[in-house]
Design a protein around this ligand. Structure first.
Ligand SMILES: [Zn+2]
Length: 114
């Protein structure tokens, strides 16, 4: 997955550590401590985050208790009565991941050989 797969920004609007921490409601220190696991851009020493990266971070660290996931699934099923109809030749219904099933991609290996 590369940047184009998740970034929907049409103009550049990046947030520094302090701005991102304020927007996420977390401590700057937490961002710094976890930076290797977070989606980001890096120009020089300090990383910056676009809106999409902040949204990914929010999703990565959202906690969805099983009961809540079940509730959401039940409500979603009520809202989409067509989903209960047979899909014809399609044996496997389209699978939509719940938030709890989504996990971050493994870190990319550095291509540098330093
Ligand atoms: Zn973006």
């Amino acid at each position: 997955m590369n940047r184009r797969d998740y970034c929907r920004c049409t103009r550049v609007r990046n947030y520094t550590y302090d701005q991102a921490a304020k927007k996420l409601g977390c401590a700057r220190r937490w961002l710094e401590d976890n930076i290797s696991r977070l989606p980001r851009q890096k120009y020089g020493q300090n990383p910056v985050f676009c809106e999409c990266e902040l949204a990914l971070i929010r999703d990565m660290f959202s906690i969805l208790p099983e009961k809540v996931a079940e509730f959401i699934a039940a409500v979603t099923a009520e809202l989409e009565p067509c989903a209960a109809e047979p899909a014809g030749e399609q044996e496997q219904p389209e699978r939509v991941l719940t938030l709890a099933q989504i996990s971050p991609a493994p870190p990319r290996r550095s291509t540098r050989t330093a």
